[in-house]
Design a protein around this ligand. Structure first.
Ligand SMILES: C[S@@+](CC[C@H](N)C(=O)[O-])C[C@H]1O[C@@H](n2cnc3c(N)ncnc32)[C@H](O)[C@@H]1O
Length: 287
C-alpha cells in the first residue's frame, strides 16, 4: 500500500517550511522555479537549465499570445511569468499555498506581467475558481505527481478547456512495467517526504484516454534532467546525515530531512530504471 500526504494543507506545509532553503537556492541560481533543470549543450548551468525546462515544455505546447493558460500547481509563479513574458500568454496560476501565491504575485509584478497573470487559491482536483470552457492550455510543470486522484484532475482539466484545448505537463512517473514492489519502502518515503502520490506513465496515458483526450504523446526525458537529480542528491548526501546527527540542535526540521531524503531516493529509483521524467501532451477534439 502506497502512503502519501494527500491533504492539500499538509502538502502546502511542506513547501512553506522549506521556503528559506528555496530562497537561498533562488538567490544563487537567479530564478525562482521549483522544478528540475533540463540540461543540454546550450544549458549547462542550473539557472539557464531551469529556464530551459519551461522552454522545452512551452515549445511542445506551442504556447502563443492568444492562449489562456491555466497553470495547475504554479509554485511561486516562475512558469506563469515565463509564459506571459516569453509568449505573451494570459495565465491563471493556481496553488494550495497562500505563501507561494503571494510570492507569485510579487514575482509577476516584478517582471511587469501582473496585467497578464492572476494567481488564485484552488486545488487542481476541483478547480472551483475556473469556469467551464474558459482555458486553451492546461499547463502542469511537476504538479500532477502531487495528485492523489489523477482521473479527477484530468476530468476537471477537460471541463475547463475549450474544444480543441491542450494539456501539457512534465513530471516524474514510474516507467511502464517498472518493478515497483521491490522498491515499495523507498516509494513510500518519497511520497511521504515530498507530499507526492507517484504513478505510472502507462496508467496516466490510459486515464487521459478514458477521460476523452486524444493525440496523446508521452516522451521519456529522463536523460536531460539527470544532472538535476545529481545536484539535489549531492546536497542531500551531506545535509541529511548532518541534520540527523545534529537533530538536538534543530539544524533541519523533520520535514526538511524528509524532503532531502526523498530527493536522494528519487535519484536512486531513476538510477534503477524504475522512475523517469516524462513530457506529456494531449488534446480535446474540436467538437
Ligand atoms: C514541484 S512544484 C512546481 C511549481 C511550478 N510549476 C514550478 O515549476 O516552479 C509543485 C506545485 O504544485 C502545488 N500543488 C500541490 N498540490 C496541489 C493541488 N492539489 N492543487 C494545486 N496546486 C498544488 C505545490 O504547492 C507546488 O507549488
Amino acid at each position: 500500500m502506497v502512503s502519501s500526504a494527500t491533504d492539500p494543507d499538509e502538502i502546502a506545509a511542506i513547501y512553506d517550511e522549506l521556503i528559506d532553503t528555496y530562497e537561498a537556492e533562488w538567490e544563487k541560481q537567479g530564478h525562482r522555479s521549483l522544478h528540475l533543470e533540463y540540461y543540454d549543450e546550450e544549458h549547462e548551468e542550473p539557472g539557464p537549465a531551469a529556464i530551459n525546462t519551461m522552454r522545452q515544455l512551452a515549445e511542445r505546447a506551442d504556447i502563443s499570445n492568444t492562449d489562456r493558460v491555466l497553470n495547475i500547481g504554479c509554485g511561486v509563479g516562475e512558469d506563469s511569468v515565463w509564459n506571459a513574458r516569453a509568449y505573451g500568454a494570459t495565465v491563471i496560476g493556481i496553488n494550495i499555498s497562500e505563501q507561494q501565491l503571494e510570492l507569485a504575485r510579487e514575482n509577476a509584478a516584478g517582471h511587469g506581467v501582473d496585467d497578464r497573470t492572476e494567481f488564485r487559491y484552488d486545488d487542481f482536483h476541483t478547480l472551483e475558481t475556473i469556469a467551464d470552457n474558459s482555458i486553451d492550455v492546461v499547463w502542469g510543470l511537476e504538479a500532477v505527481s502531487h495528485a492523489h486522484n489523477r482521473e479527477t484532475v484530468l476530468k476537471q482539466c477537460k471541463r475547463v478547456l475549450v474544444p480543441g484545448g491542450r494539456v501539457v505537463l512534465s513530471d516524474l512517473f514510474f516507467h511502464e512495467s517498472a518493478d515497483m514492489t521491490t522498491y515499495q519502502e523507498d516509494i513510500d518515503r518519497i511520497n511521504d517526504g515530498l507530499g507526492l502520490s507517484l504513478g505510472a506513465i502507462d496508467s496516466f496515458r490510459e486515464t487521459l484516454e478514458a477521460v476523452g483526450f486524444t493525440s496523446i504523446n508521452t516522451s521519456d526525458e529522463t536523460e536531460p534532467i539527470r544532472p538535476s537529480l545529481d545536484r539535489r542528491h549531492k546536497f542531500a548526501r551531506i545535509a541529511h546525515p548532518v541534520g540527523r546527527v545534529l537533530s538536538f540542535a534543530n539544524v533541519f526540521s523533520d520535514t526538511q530531512l524528509g524532503v532531502f531524503k526523498g530527493n536522494s531516493l528519487i535519484r536512486k529509483l531513476v538510477e534503477k530504471g524504475v522512475l523517469g521524467y516524462y513530457f506529456v501532451t494531449a488534446e480535446l477534439s474540436d467538437d
